[in-house]
Design a binder for this molecule. Structure first.
Ligand code: PMP
Length: 425
């Protein structure tokens, strides 16, 4: 692969745009310079083409936002139709309630809905609602919840977040109920916000226990379903695991790449939205709502979550077989839900996980697979795409294992290894 144009454009972009990207996970912090594409020109279905003309099967899918595939016919038609009538207006548009009603129909905890643009808007609104509803300030978090102060202050990338805000947020560990009990012993919490699942399945009724614990302490339970929603099942992780939170947030896949997010919850709690301030110029922007309308219809008609689940199971079965057959368990393991599964890299005595990951990315991109660390499936991925992925894995994973065994992994790199800057999962 040749990334010449990508490299030139990155140099140019870095002069006008910090990191050359609007999104951390699309930047050179995640894609090692010299062996990666940096700009995509177009996409169709599950394939994308970079500016150098290289073609990839995309397993990143705009960080899991694209759930049907690029340029989905039904979504495009719905958006084009709406575009002829205007985009954002001076009063609400009926699409707002049409899509809200559809969400209420499919999401167990949803009785009322408010829309926004990014996942962060929705998670931040949910925190404000919980604080207003309970009259308490402290919160507990588990997973990733976006870029705002209340969450990012609890991570290592907390520069610019006031200490006073940081002190209100407390992290607990997934599948470790004691870690949350300890916080409740020390604080009065407004809410617990969590990804209902990312890499690991809930063990030992973890989600039920969290809900009981939160309610016993008059705190709200918020599921951040920015990724699990529109992926795990039609009603999200809450429907899959049958644990219904007080509030839930959605984003990413709900409009197949159009910017839309939502906070949903019970009538009583969502009523607080009338008292707090949660308002934005583009909350009722109609192209994204038209896209969401088409996405939800297609999800129902074609049972998209089942397709993602079945295809993901096919992928995981083949990949696990490969890991066993090639004796790769010391370096690689799979985890997560079939629709959003991970290939996790374990640090070795002589190499960090980041060094191994760098070689992994270099070799995957070279063979026409765009991937970070998870398989973000979309409805356009075919079994053939998965077979291609597995055939690339069967070359790349043993090659990495060999370079570890031969102690020459760094020599295989045509770039500097990625730096351990910031990890949230
Ligand atoms: N919550 C979760 C679980 C997410 O995965 C993300 C995005 N990666 C967010 C919140 C923030 O969403 P956005 O980047 O759209 O603000």
């Amino acid at each position: 692969m040749n990334y010449k144009k990508s490299e030139q454009l990155l140099d140019r972009a870095l002069k006008s745009i910090p990191l050359g990207s609007q999104t951390f996970s699309k930047s050179l912090t995640q894609y090692p310079r010299g062996v990666s594409p940096f700009f995509i020109e177009k996409g169709k279905g599950a394939k994308v083409w970079d500016v150098d003309g290289n073609k990839y099967i995309d397993f990143v899918n705009s960080l899991a936002a694209v759930t049907l595939g690029y340029c989905d016919k039904n979504v495009d038609e719905a958006v084009q139709k709406q575009m002829q009538n205007g985009v954002t207006f001076s009063l609400p548009h009926c699409l707002e309630m049409e899509v809200a009603e559809k969400l209420i129909d499919i999401i167990p905890c949803a009785e009322k809905v408010r829309f926004a643009k990014n996942g962060t808007d929705a998670t931040s609104a949910s925190i404000r609602i919980a604080r207003a509803y309970t009259g308490k300030d402290h919160i507990a978090v588990c997973g990733y919840h976006g870029w705002q102060d209340w969450y990012i202050g609890s991570t290592t990338r907390d520069l610019g977040v006031p200490k006073a805000v940081k002190e209100l947020t407390h992290k607990f560990e997934y599948n470790n109920i004691e870690s949350l009990e300890k916080i409740f012993q020390e604080r009065e919490l407004a809410c617990v916000i969590m990804e209902p699942m990312n890499a690991e399945y809930p063990q030992d009724n973890f989600l039920e226990k969290i809900k009981t614990l939160a309610h016993k302490n008059d705190a709200l339970l918020i599921f951040d379903e920015t990724i699990t929603g529109f992926r795990y099942s039609l009603g999200g992780a809450q429907a899959l695991f049958n644990v219904i939170p007080d509030l839930a947030t959605f984003g990413k896949g709900m409009a197949n790449g159009y910017p839309l997010s939502a906070v949903v919850g019970s009538n009583e709690i969502m009523q607080k939205v009338e008292d707090i301030f949660f308002s934005g110029t583009f909350g009722g922007e109609t192209l994204s709502l038209a896209a969401a309308n088409a996405v939800i219809d297609k999800y129902k008609k074609d049972n998209v979550p089942k397709y993602l689940n079945d295809l993901g199971n096919y992928l995981l079965k083949k990949l696990n077989q490969l890991i066993i057959k090639e004796g790769l368990n010391d370096v690689f393991r799979t985890s997560g839900h079939p629709a959003w599964s991970y290939l996790q890299v374990k640090a070795q005595d002589k190499y960090t996980a980041f060094e191994i990951k760098t070689l992994f990315l270099q070799e995957m991109f070279k063979r026409g697979i765009l991937i970070l660390s998870s398989h973000n499936l979309n409805f356009s991925h075919s079994e053939e795409d998965i077979d291609k992925l597995i055939s690339v894995y069967s070359e790349v994973l043993p090659l990495i294992k060999q370079s570890i065994d031969n102690d020459n992994l760094i020599e295989q790199l045509n770039c500097k290894p990625l730096q351990p800057l910031f990890q949230v999962r």
